[in-house]
Design a protein around this ligand. Structure first.
Ligand SMILES: Cc1cc2nc3c(=O)[nH]c(=O)nc-3n(C[C@H](O)[C@H](O)[C@H](O)COP(=O)(O)O)c2cc1C
Length: 314
């Protein structure tokens, strides 16, 4: 089984991936959060920083594109090819309003004819048609209902996608609610390309359950589970979990990279507090300390509190 780190806009960016790879290095594939080309065919500086640093050890890295216009998608595909990338991922999963209101991400799944035409057009491009660049898709199982999934799967099967990553929820489910295992089973049985499972893997048992129930699964992508517990993958793989010193090192690197890379200590504080909304789950009984971290406004005070909390681990 392979394990991927999920792309998470604002969280698993280049600096998080770098610190994670340096400290734990047990991920088979990393993904950038979505890169969204604008109508002038350009990217923000922030988007470019997601894939331009070839010294970042978090490799292999697959850039993810968010687009529903073939010309924008193809423009970025060629930019990424020139930069050395040979696999690209298309985002058909994002459920957030800012993305779906413009027909992108998971909303594109509801536009069956437009989506088919999009794939037909992009596969006419030489890079995809010749297989010089592989295209994988990260998708939900429908917009409103998983009944939509058989048709969506048939559409994916009509194109030579290199991999299908399924977050087993609909757009409407957002990030909660029961997982749609039957729709994922259909992907395992009918998809012509390798399938990757994504959604709510928080423990070793969760990962074992996916492997046992869906043996066709080639990879498992994990997001929140790793943010909550940076030692999760070591545990799933049957390796020794990182101890207090390794977790402190991970934390300190992250702080350092955010300070250096995000112009200023306040940005570091903002990012780290967001991370703690997940990581806090690894510290049961420490609600008081977690509240102090949440309320903290001074970067040095934050670093002291977080180090104390991680240092309290046995
Ligand atoms: C804050 C946040 C940002 C996300 N950003 C992206 C993104 O940029 N691209 C993407 O494909 N999915 C994105 N996702 C979805 C995750 O990649 C993943 O599919 C989802 O969290 C379910 O997996 P998990 O239960 O392992 O976290 C995001 C999710 C969250 C909560």
């Amino acid at each position: 089984m392979q394990y991927y780190l999920a792309p998470m806009e604002g969280i698993t960016g280049a600096l998080y991936r770098k610190a994670y790879a340096e400290c734990f290095g047990n991920i088979d594939k990393y993904f950038t959060p979505f890169l969204s080309p604008n109508q002038n065919l350009s990217l923000t500086h922030r988007d470019r920083r997601e894939y331009e640093d070839h010294l970042n050890p978090a490799r292999p890295l697959v850039p993810q594109i968010l687009a529903n216009k073939p010309e924008r998608f193809l423009w970025l595909l060629h930019v990424l090819y020139e930069d050395g990338y040979r696999e690209i991922n298309l985002n058909l999963g994002c459920p957030s309003k800012t993305v779906t209101s413009r027909g992108r991400g998971s909303a594109f799944l509801g536009e069956c004819y437009a989506l088919k035409a999009f794939f037909e057009t992009i596969y006419e491009d030489e890079l995809l048609a010749s297989g010089k660049v592989l295209l994988s898709v990260k998708s939900r199982v429908g917009v409103d209902d998983e009944d939509e999934f058989p048709w969506i799967l048939e559409l994916f099967n009509a194109f030579p996608l290199s991999e299908l990553i399924i977050h087993a929820r609909t757009q409407k489910d957002f990030y909660g609610g029961t997982l749609r295992y039957e729709a994922y089973r259909l992907a395992c049985e009918k998809a012509k390309m390798p399938v990757c499972y994504n959604g709510d893997v928080y423990t070793r048992e969760d990962a074992l359950h996916i492997q046992a129930d869906f043996p066709q699964t080639k990879a498992i992508m994990i997001g929140r589970g790793i943010l909550r517990d940076p030692g999760l993958l070591a545990e799933i793989r049957g390796n020794q979990r990182p101890g207090r010193e390794e977790l402190l090192d991970f934390h300190d690197r992250l702080c350092r990279y955010y300070k250096e890379g995000m112009s200023g200590e306040q940005n570091m504080l903002y990012r780290m507090k967001e991370l703690w909304t997940y990581w806090g789950a690894s510290f049961p009984g420490e609600e008081k300390m977690l509240k102090r971290i949440k309320k903290c406004t001074r970067p040095e005070e934050y670093e002291g509190l977080a180090r104390e909390l991680i240092g309290s681990l046995c």
